[in-house]
Design a protein around this ligand. Sequence first.
Ligand SMILES: C[S@@+](CC[C@H](N)C(=O)[O-])C[C@H]1O[C@@H](n2cnc3c(N)ncnc32)[C@H](O)[C@@H]1O
Length: 416
Amino acid sequence: MSNVAEELTPDTARQQLVEQLTAKGRLSRPEVAAAFLAVPRHEFAPAATNVQAAYADDVVVTKKNAAGETSSSISAPWLQAYMLETAQLRPGSRVLEIGSGGYNAALIAELVGPTGAVTSIDIDADVVTNARVALLRTGYSQVEVALADAEGGYPDNGPFDAIIVTVETADIPPAWTQQLAPGGLLVAPVRMRGNTRCLTLQNRGDHLAAIAAIQCGFVPMQGEGKTSVRRLPLRGKDIVLTVDDTTTQADGEALAAALELPRREVWPPVTATMDDGGAFESIHLWLACQPRFYGVLTVDRDRVADLLDPDNRFTCPCLLTATSFAHLTLRQPDRGTYQFGAHGFGPDAADLTAQLAELIVVWDQQHRHGPGPSITVHPAGAPLPTTDGLRLLVHRRHTTIAITWPGLAGNVEDMA
Ligand SMILES: C[S@@+](CC[C@H](N)C(=O)[O-])C[C@H]1O[C@@H](n2cnc3c(N)ncnc32)[C@H](O)[C@@H]1O
């Protein structure tokens, strides 16, 4: 039998990747497509990576920490394409990439050309060395790779027309805003109550405003900006509840016991198709913004088939009480059509599933088809504009992140 991976050449694989990204609508700017065609992604992957894996629309893991968790990777091409397009890079742009590896920096170098400048920083000396070597080998010696903590940015080479952060952050350190040139864009995957969105942020003087947001995942920030979340194992590592605020009270033992009780379910008549991708990330953020105890359930789907409907392919937002929880779920009444539902466990399951079902309906009727929430970032402690919307405030060390859904009264303070 022929081995497809062995027969595939890097040139063909690169071409196929670009065709695939274009067909999926992930590449709309020709110069970004040209950059993907020019840079040999396999040269930045570990030596053991075969061509097929190097050019799949997926993450390539490049380093794990002592606990076996991924600490560095080449991000998925669709997400790199998104970030490069949303950052509006052009010839002559000065760019800071935070979180290195070399491949993305080479793509940036293609886009900004000989009149631009690319600086890429990483906290891990191995990553810095490997990135330098790979960039030299592939002809991108103009990229400056430096060992530095994201927290301070890289003032020596600023100001930057774009700062692209390729590591998950819970906060926006002041250095990033200070090092942004007038009119520049900050693209960063920001974790807000357990939900990470790649935000494209513009400086509006006294705050930053997101002009675009997309769901994504990145390795967590190390160094000075490292933050932690509470992880409650409800059935070993197979079912874990993550809580990313200080307000939510959750008793891991009680919730684990709740799992053993019969499951409640409610299925409101609200559906979406996979083409309606924005609906899934919209409802997740909507649920995260509620003034309630909240967490995100991660489930090993192969090992815990009894908890989830087979069509539920997402992490699950959860409403909680001290002893019970209800999580968002999905089923497929017709092929390609997904219905949102609520599964509940524990003594309060009946109430919680009914409340979750009601929130699904309110989202569908009032928010799903609108402009979506506005996301703004304000210096910590600064007065915030009043709003007549439902607003979640995520309080971090340097900033307060405000997620505001228009049209509903009520401020939700101090949720994180
Ligand atoms: C997803 S990888 C970067 C991928 C890279 N941009 C690429 O496309 O190939 C994230 C990187 O962020 C780095 N990192 C984590 N915390 C950091 C920090 N505080 N400062 C700088 N880099 C950090 C990690 O060492 C890791 O190499």
